[in-house]
Design a binder for this molecule. Structure first.
Ligand code: ADP
Ligand code: MG
Length: 237
């Protein structure tokens, strides 16, 4: 589903952190929000998922204006760096949780958990507890839990930040594979330019609450419009 931010504005205690941002995330694409720490990436993601209220502008999911809709009523899947699994529940129950909240039948839950567990390659781990899993496996469970309700958009906030270098490489391609196989619209927040370039269809470079440039990775790398963008991509003029 296409996601549109129209003049999105966010203030904290009178401080404008995002000032009239416009952004279109195309249906089925994976878009990176890339920029240095504090530039407003997470704030943008939190507004899209409904954790933060907007102070101005609109957020559209397709034709639907969700700006004033509580988080539970927006059909979003989220994987955040610190969005932990429930440690006392099995992997199955962790993934099933969003479906139980929705009162799905037991048979539907069993079928949907199995399908998403196969897609994320954790079908043999459903009986375990999160504490009995590696970091990469836990991340797969978090992805499965985020995707099991077939959300309109998948929001990923620095999802690989807590993984070691080898796992990070593996999970980059796994997250991309899962996004392509499901065809879900996804937004990846990261400060890592290699992650953004290797995983995403397009990159939006942010600085100080503004989007400086939005382009496919290659186009941006070869035609950066500002020296900031060039420097950030490691290709200084
Ligand atoms: P990023 O994710 O790009 O590192 P954030 O979106 O977290 O940046 O933060 C953008 C700016 O908004 C920062 O200056 C940060 O201090 C400020 N900010 C974020 N959340 C809050 C909050 N809850 N209260 C006050 N200021 C905040
Ligand atoms: Mg952040």
């Amino acid at each position: 589903m296409q996601i549109v931010l129209k003049d999105f504005t966010k203030t904290f205690d009178g401080n404008t952190v995002i000032d009239r941002m416009n952004l279109t995330v195309r249906d089925g694409e994976m878009l990176a929000l890339l920029g240095p720490s504090g530039c407003g990436k997470s704030t943008t993601l939190f507004a899209i998922c409904g954790i933060h209220r907007v102070n101005g502008g609109q957020i559209l999911f397709g034709e639907r204006d969700v700006s004033n809709m509580p988080s539970q009523q927006r059909n979003v899947g989220v994987v955040f760096q610190n969005y932990a699994l429930y440690p006392h529940m099995s992997v199955f129950d962790n993934i099933a949780f969003p479906l139980k909240v929705r009162n799905d039948s037991k048979a539907d839950i069993a079928r949907d958990v199995r399908t998403i567990a196969e897609l994320t390659h954790i079908a043999e781990l459903l009986g375990r507890r999160p504490g009995q899993l590696s970091g990469g496996q836990q991340q797969r469970v978090a992805l499965a839990r985020a995707l099991v309700r077939k959300p309109d958009v998948l929001l990923l906030d620095e999802p690989l930040a807590n993984l070691d270098a080898k796992l990070r490489l593996e999970m980059r391609s796994e997250i991309r594979r899962i996004q392509l196989e499901t065809g879900i619209t996804a937004i990846l927040v990261t400060h890592d330019q290699v992650e953004a370039m290797s995983m995403c269809d397009r990159i939006a470079i942010m600085k100080g609450g503004q989007i400086l440039q939005i382009d496919a990775p290659k186009d941006m790398y070869h035609n950066p419009r500002t020296s900031f963008v060039a420097g950030f991509l490691g290709n200084p003029p």
